[in-house]
Every structure is written in C-alpha cells, then in structure tokens.
Design a protein around this ligand. Sequence first.
Ligand SMILES: [Zn+2]
Length: 453
Amino acid sequence: MTREDIVKQVTEGLSSGKVRPWGAETAALELGAEEPDHITLGTMARRAYLEEKSGVKLNHMKMLERPYYAEYLCPEDGTEWTLASDDEDLTCCLCGSALTPKTASGKPVCKPLVQNYIGGTEDYYSLAGEVSVGGDVEATFTNILCYGTGVGHLGVGVGCFQLNRYNGPIEVKVADYAGAARNLAFVFDDESERARARGLINDNLDPIIAQMKQSFLDDFGGEVYYVDFLEKQHHSDRILHCCFYTRFGEYRGHGCTSRATGVAKNYIDEMFTREGVKCRVSVIGMGRDGDLKPSPRNRRGRYVSALQRIPIAVYEKNIGRPVDDLLSYIELDRQGVTEELGWPAYTGMGGEIVPAFYRTYKCNPRPEIVSCYQKVWAETRGGDLIFGVELPNVEVGIISGPEGIVPPIAREAMKISGIKNAKEYCAALAAVTLGGEFNFATLHIKEKLYTGR
Ligand SMILES: [Zn+2]
C-alpha cells in the first residue's frame, strides 16, 4: 500500500470513529507503514481528518517532516538527551561529545513529539478531543492545545469526554464585558492639599472621561464605568490613588485603557498647574491597578465559570469510594494552595492548562499570568456532585486593537476550534480547564496518578 493510500485509509477510520485520534500511528503501522514513517503518516491522517471536520485548510500550522523524537546518551558524562528529529546537532551541550542512541541496538527508537500531534514547528499543537458547552455560550469546540511534551493534554480530552457523557453540555457563565483598569497616583506634602486635589479631579470627571473616550476608547467600543479614589500614607508622603475602570464588549481593552488614562493624567497635571495645586509626584501607579498580577478584585479581564452536575451514585461507581473522600481531597488541596501562596486563591492546574491554551491561540495578552487565576470547587447538592472552576480574570484579545499582531497561525487555530468571539474563547478555556481538573481530581482520588496502578 502506498503512503497516500495509508493516510487515506486512516483518515477514513478517524472520520468513521473506527480509529481513535491517538491510535492513528498504530493504524498506519498495521496497514504496513515503515517505522518511524508511521508517525508521519498518522499525523498526516489526523490533519486530513481535522481539515475535513472543520472545513479549514491547515496553511500556517505546518507539520514537521519528521514529527518524532529519539533518546540519546552522552558516552562521556552519561547525561540523557531527548531530541526532536529535526535537531541536527547530535552533540552533548555539556561536554561537546557526540551522542549515541539510548538503545542496545544502537539504532534510535522514535516516538511521537507529543500525543495526538497535528502541527506546529516550535509549539507542538495536539488534538485533545472536543467539548460541548451550554448556558451563556452554546457550542461544541474542538480542543487543540500546545501543552508541551508528555501526555497531559489527553487528560483534558478524557475529562471533557467524561463530563459531557455524564450530563450533556458543561454549563458556562461568562461576563458580558471584559474589564481593564489603570491607576494614577499623586503624592502631596499635606493632607489639605491632597483633599483639594481630590475635589478638583472629582469635579472634572465628566470632561476627563469625555476626552478619554474620544481619544482612545470610542473606537474600541470601550467605556469608563467607574472611578475610585484611595488615600494612603507612607511616612510624610500623602498619597492619592485615582483608578479608572473601563469595560469592553469584544476587545481586551488593556492598551486603549492605558493610553486613555495617559490622556487623563495630562488633563489633571495641567489642571493642577493652573490651580496651583502643590503635587510633588504625579505618576501612573500600576501597582494598584492589577497590571499583570492576579487580582482578587477582578480588575482585569472577564469572569467565566464552568460546572457540571454528576449524579453522586454514578460518580461513586466511577471512583469506587464515597464522594465525601473527593470533597476531602478538594479541601486539603485548596487549603494547601491557599497557605503555600499566602494568598486567598486556588490556582489548581490553571498554571498549566491556561498557558497551554494561550500558547495555542496566541492572542493578546502573551504574558497570560493574570488569566491563570483559577478556583476549583466541588460540593454535593441534592443527589448531585457539582464540580466547577471559576476563572475571574480571563483576558482575551482576539481582536488586537492597539496591542499588536494576532498571528495567522492563531487565527487558524481559532477557526479549527470553532472559537469566534471573546465569550466563546472564555467558554472554551473554562471548559478545557474543568475537563483537566476533573480528570486530575478523579485520578487522584482513585490513587491512580503517578502510582502506576
Ligand atoms: Zn556530555
């Protein structure tokens, strides 16, 4: 059978469900593919299947010609090297010696770069099943993730599959607006001058906000919905914070908010000069506006939550023990994260799945740390176990605005997945995070993770 015929047959198997996505390589091997070419052919079949399913041609998500890796050893110092097959430098980075394959035969044994690899030359994209959501967003998304090497993304796929099987679509709730905030800070030598300055700003908020809107917010459908003041003191410094809160329907809004607040600063500085206000320091005080920091006050991004209801009896059958044991596990881990971080937050796997999602879609922001703030919760209500995640600060810049390029591979990835707007992005993110957390928690309480049981 020719290579083309093998790819065609495996693709048909994927479409009919006879071949599971992670079985494409094995299916190619069974049809007579050579090793390690079966890995290439399996990947080609998964791509063809995905193109057929989504109607999107994979132009930018290029696949490596040899999508596999092999393990090597340094004969000099014994170090191990797992290298992608497109890496032509087969020397040890530590001592410069030529590496040798880590096999008795001396022939390298090749394995797929990542499970369910579908493309990508630096970030390896892989297919992680699909997920259906209902509630504020009704859709079925094809999950693709740049998780890294290893098999973690399969846990996401398994978790999503199980959650959908238990009770249909995962219920999601997404905020209507994405928030952004930028804070101005002023330092005075005495309290009466601070009070006068605060009064002046407060009296002029209407023209200040009008200028902000006209210069940097109107074009992006943004508005200032709230302004707050906070007075602080550091020894002799009498500090006044003035934070502008904005919100946007579709844009991320961070860049426009920063520039709009710069307009407000100029207005205020001129007003202080004109009125003879003795302000010693006038700056953008980013420490108070949650810039690139997770904030329990949700000053950045968009709130999204996802949950699934599972009949307790069904879940207990799955884990083979009382559901209370799961609740004990969730609580001991929640307590652990809270105390270790010194911060009333639960990050769960948000620090892994959320960045994988952002690496995949490469929208703005690129440093996605704000969006990783995540809480996992579980409770029993009536006869159901409710398992949920909340992500209060998801930033989404599918439309980049003044914040720079969203690359073509990112737009391609969104089309394959079926994500068309900011709310859907949030819904898909919350659903895969829930799927990953659910799979993780279930394996932990079954004592199956890392134990080989
Ligand atoms: Zn070496």
